[in-house]
Design a protein around this ligand. Structure first.
Ligand code: NAD
Length: 488
């Protein structure tokens, strides 16, 4: 067994003696190292350290906090090569995609460093304006629990930790057990300039570590990105404790090719939106609607792009798509493909394990035609490199099909028909609408979902507000006795 990378609690490396969780390269299945299987006791120590650090951090000036957060961004860049190598081996997607993730993650710290400088409170009218002040103060919750999945381990951490810190909270991070090595390295290398205890990382399984963090009386806010099932579990633990919850859960994003759309560029856009990160993006285009008469032709255009993708280890320059993260994830995707073909879908390309010469969790980019809503692949989150295509007869039907889903994260339409696009944006139940350019997020625009995807919003001002609560201060400056006090 390779060395165990320690957890980071209260500015110290700790816990290497705990039972190890092996971390493997999903392309080669070779061990990369191990992380400790943390315990509820580790969570107690981390929350106590965070609470101590937060007392001082809350009253550290916003500009001093901003400088320190810019320092995290700078140190991230300074250590980029080392971090990117580990991240690529551990998570699997090709290096250019990891570079983009690291760059975005550093920028998120810069963005919230600046946003945090701006005052958040306001003064509201008083009953006695000459002698009273009524202040609405925006203050941090205290300790934020940040629970992160494996598909964008740095980015989804940054979207939580940067605004939480900018708002004056301390954090305890629970990374995915599949991608904890790179997270530990990042926090060790890039967050060292922050006060001890402000940022803690407890590694381990969802149960007990994630669950102990959610249930801990010292964590007032829980920011979680992950599956619907885990989100539901977290909500059931947190609700009786009245925790503030920000849930960013699974999706089943639709991609609509409008009647006026050019099929070639729509196929380019869809190949990107469906196969990026091997389809393991929460906003992957996972179901596609095309005018019925053009659906067969379109499926062939997308399949051409799928067949052209070069599959292999993410560290190689000549690779477009890496492996999936693990066996059970690949099995689920293969199950969806099998269910679809059993119910009448046509396998246009893919569906098999490509010959890469590596033993990892590869799956060929797959295109299915003649899909319909009886199939799992159109109803449940697939989270793999599969693009199922369904024909529609009218735009009314297309919009109904998009909304016929329990999820509501994002949706894309390819069209230059402005009235149709406006209608799509008005009527589709999703947190983000992409018109022609799928999966392009914006630091200043809120990101999150509707329906089962959860109501959390990250990025922009909303992302900072998620870590602030309002307090009303009614302040009588005069100290006079009031006429309405007893006795009348
Ligand atoms: P997951 O729900 O299995 O795990 C996410 C995190 O929760 C991990 O750190 C895990 O250890 C932890 N966890 C597990 N059980 C827990 C419990 N009982 N209490 C507390 N924490 C617990 O998800 P995953 O497989 O790591 O990630 C893939 C999922 O994430 C997909 O469903 C995807 O759609 C979703 N996702 C959503 C967004 C979004 O912004 N909406 C972004 C990325 C990924």
């Amino acid at each position: 067994m390779a060395d165990t990378a320690p957890m980071l609690i209260d500015g110290r490396e700790t816990g290497a003696e705990r039972p190890p969780i092996a971390v493997r390269d999903p392309a080669t299945l070779e061990p990369l190292g191990a992380v400790p299987a943390g315990t509820a006791e580790d969570v107690d120590r981390a929350v106590a350290a965070a609470a101590r650090a937060q007392r001082a951090w809350r009253f550290t000036s916003a500009w001093e906090r901003a400088d320190l957060l810019h320092g995290v961004a700078q140190a991230t860049h300074d250590h980029a090569d080392e971090l990117l190598d580990l991240l690529t081996r551990e998570q699997g997607k090709p290096r250019p995609e990891q570079e983009e993730e690291l760059e975005w993650s550093a920028s998120t710290f810069r963005y919230y460093a600046e946003l945090g400088r701006h005052g958040q409170g306001r003064v509201v009218p008083s009953a006695e304006p000459r002698t009273q002040l009524n202040l609405v103060v925006r203050e941090p919750y205290g300790v934020a629990a940040c629970i992160v999945p494996w598909n964008y381990p740095f980015l989804l951490l940054a979207w939580k930790v940067a605004p939480a810190l900018a708002a004056g909270n301390a954090v305890v991070i629970k990374p995915s057990e599949l991608t904890s090595l790179a997270t530990l390295a990042w926090v060790r290398l890039a967050f060292a300039g922050l006060p001890d205890g402000l940022v803690n990382v407890v590694t381990g399984y969802g149960d007990p570590v994630g669950e102990a963090l959610v249930a801990h009386p010292g964590t007032q806010v829980v920011a979680f990105t992950g599956s619907v099932a885990t989100g539901q579990r977290i909500a059931s633990v947190a609700a009786p404790l009245m925790k503030h919850l920000h849930l960013e859960l699974g999706g089943k994003d639709a991609f609509v090719v409008a009647p006026d759309a050019d099929l070639e560029t729509a196929a380019d856009a869809l190949a990107y939106a469906g196969f990026l990160n091997t389809g393991q993006v929460c906003t992957s285009s996972e179901r596609v609607y095309v005018p019925r008469a053009r659906a067969g032709e379109f499926a062939e255009l997308v399949a051409e792009r799928a067949r052209a993708l070069r599959i292999g280890h993410g560290t190689r320059d000549d690779v477009d798509m890496g492996p999936m993260i693990g066996e059970r994830y690949r099995e689920k995707v293969q199950g969806h493909i099998g269910d679809a073909t059993d119910r009448g879908a046509r396998l246009v390309t893919g569906g098999d394990v490509p010959d890469t010469g590596l033993p990892g969790w590869f799956l060929a980019p797959t295109v299915l035609a003649d899909a319909d809503h009886s199939m799992q692949v159109m109803r449940e989150e697939t989270f793999g490199p599969v693009i199922p295509i369904m024909g529609y007869d009218s735009v009314d039907e297309a919009i109904d099909l998009v909304n016929d889903s329990p999820y509501g994260l994002g949706a894309t339409i390819r069209s230059g028909d402005t009235l149709l696009v406006k209608r799509f944006a008005d009527e589709v139940q999703a947190g983000t609408i992409w018109v022609n350019d799928p999966l392009t997020d914006n630091m200043a625009g809120p990101f999150g979902g509707m329906k089962l995807t959860g109501g959390g919003r990250e990025l922009g001002q909303d992302g900072l507000d998620a870590f602030l609560q309002s307090k009303h201060v009614h302040w009588d400056l005069s100290q006079e006795r009031k006429d309405w006090w007893y006795p009348y």
